[in-house]
Design a binder for this molecule. Structure first.
Ligand code: ADP
Ligand code: TYD
Length: 211
């Protein structure tokens, strides 16, 4: 059996990832695709405990390097226990955030730079997404969209951090143009979903045709 496809969604907080992922999952499932939906940080029992530790506003003393290592630890567990086994079973894995989030949030946002890549390369052990949708909304719009609910530790960060995250995503998209599809997150939910479906259909078809 051939390995399943690995699709990730990235973007600033409030860019619409969860909304789009839910709709893509229904679309693919109706077409008979075996989808495994997961998210980061989290995705496993241990990962969800790490997620709670990282996002808890009470942990305001957390050092930036500790934060980066915890994300990487959650990812290592996620890859080993959930993502890689699902791919090996031929399932299509859709993941809400993956390594790119660390490169951008910890590398650019927290200014930890290339050391974030190094620890994450260890964590993912060679696993790279086949296709990544990057939903981009400017930091002000992103913050506006999430400002109604409870804000976790990271969502309480200032505008400078959000701007660095936005700039980091732009730079990453330039570095990986064949993997990362950039989508204007300010379009309507329907317009965005149509584009995502078109790209996914084309990508899955190309994959099927490959010898
Ligand atoms: P994320 O998972 O990236 O944080 P969500 O999908 O949870 O984002 O969306 C954050 C908020 O923005 C939700 O209230 C959602 O209904 C709204 N939203 C999502 N996509 C759009 C869009 N294209 N235009 C306007 N609002 C949107
Ligand atoms: P979450 O509630 O999942 O946010 P969203 O709905 O926007 O995806 O919280 C995840 C937060 O963790 C979000 O602010 C992004 C951040 N994050 C990192 O800083 N580094 C990472 O490696 C990952 C996976 C997430």
């Amino acid at each position: 059996m051939s390995r399943g496809a690995f699709i990730t969604f990235e973007g600033p907080d409030g860019s619409g990832k969860s909304t789009q992922i839910r709709q893509l999952e229904s679309y693919l499932t109706e077409k008979g695709v075996d989808v495994f939906l997961t998210r980061e940080p989290g995705g496993t029992e241990i990962g969800e405990k790490i997620r709670h530790l990282i996002l808890d506003p009470a942990n305001h003393e957390m050092d930036h390097l500790t934060e980066a290592l915890l994300y990487a630890a959650s990812r290592a567990q996620h890859v080993a226990q959930a993502i890689r086994p699902a791919l090996e079973q031929g399932r299509t894995v859709i993941c809400d955030r993956f390594m790119d989030s660390s490169i951008v949030y910890q590398g650019f946002g927290r200014r930890l730079g290339t050391q974030v890549r190094i620890v994450n390369e260890i964590a993912v052990a060679g696993l790279v997404p086949d296709l990544t949708f990057l939903l981009l909304v400017d930091p002000i719009e992103g913050k506006r969209r999430i400002s109604d609910g409870f804000l976790d530790r990271l969502e309480r960060e200032g505008m400078e951090y959000y701007q660095a995250v936005y700039d980091g995503y732009l730079q990453l998209a330039k570095e990986c143009p064949s993997r990362i599809v950039v989508i204007d997150g300010a379009s309507t939910i329907e317009e965005i979903q149509n584009k995502i479906r078109q790209c996914t259909d084309r990508f899955l078809l190309d994959r099927e045709r490959r010898p």
